[in-house]
Design a protein around this ligand. Sequence first.
Ligand SMILES: [Zn+2]
Length: 431
Amino acid sequence: MSDWRTGVYLTTAEVEQDPEYSLRLRDEIGLTTVVLSFSGTLPEEVTELSPFPQVPPTDDQLTDLVLRHMDGGPVDPREFDRAAASVGPGVGATGDDDGFRRAVDGLKEQGLEVWLCGSSWTIRRLMFCPSRASVTAWFEAVYSHWAGAYGVDGLDITHARFPMGSFPLGLFGCTCDHCAVAASRLGYDMEEMIAALRQSRARLRQLDGKRLGEVVRMGVGFFDIIQALDVQPGLIGWLRFRAELLIGALTRFRSAAKAANPEIFFGGDTFPASMSLTVGHDLMRWGEFADFASPLVSHISAFTCNTLTEWARFLQSEIGDSLSTADALATIYRFTGYDGIGLPESYDGFGDADELAQRVPVADLVLRDLAKTKLYLPRDLPSYPILHGTGWPRPVIDRIVTEARRLGHDGIIWQGTDELMNSTPTYVRGT
Ligand SMILES: [Zn+2]
């Protein structure tokens, strides 16, 4: 296991506050890699490519650039504040380039690899339209700069996805004119895809909840889903189209990064495999644009459990009172492949986010996605799952790491290290 990678997420502020911390991690847990959030500034030749007509952009200008929902309803403006505090999509407006360079250089002097961690299309609910030429050109320039300017070993792109399933509106975008043109260029038909989504919703509403619950508990399969939801080519096309959009853009981004620095190790985090297609991540094609994958299985609340409960609530609202909460949850668990591990049968059963790790079978939940990830990822593509080293019980962590090795993953990137070390400063929580 000499090539086992042990990484940790750190910020420049954390490195500045305690430069010895990464050394202690190196000695105590075998740290090899620091994934450092970008906190520098961009040169003018890059900032002038920002798709923002001005900095900060107005709400109208942001509305013009972000994802459109298929119903044409108002854009969700809840993350406009964060977007407005940026020089362009994914890059904050307040940076300190010298400080960032000092942090990179200091970590390199400690013999560590440094990956620059930078953002992409999505904040949380908000996504910049992935079909806008100005947005694509912007990320191309930003990633090229990041790859070449700081002497980093890797470029770890995060948030390169559609909004997570726990914000269902995001599942039904982007349907703007730019995306309709992109769809047609890739051989898809936006009108047909939207019609197929509506058709499935109409079919769903015809189901009897009591019978659905009974059948789900016996077992459902591929053909049941096609029949129950009247799955049309456009519905499959919708999932394929969104993944292809991202693959096309990310392929360009990697080329730009490699042109600036042929040695750069380019990749990013992957959404939990069970639901990765909902955010446009096709793990079987990950090797087309990435040198590695980091399965992001640490966010069991926002990514996984909140999605399961949101979708169960949606089912209940569509089907009506005949569908009990327990049956709605059982249906979603089976549909998404999380059944049989003892997830709660009521919404209250999940508790608050901070007690979730005590309420749900964390190791089983995470390992299910790590096993699927290895099924889908190209065989030789390095995979470094992202786990919590803070907030999860140590036996859970140990079991996941042991199984991750057995499954053939190639290392772990930690978010927080409190459970791993004897002397972790409490401010280090990762991001
Ligand atoms: Zn669009």
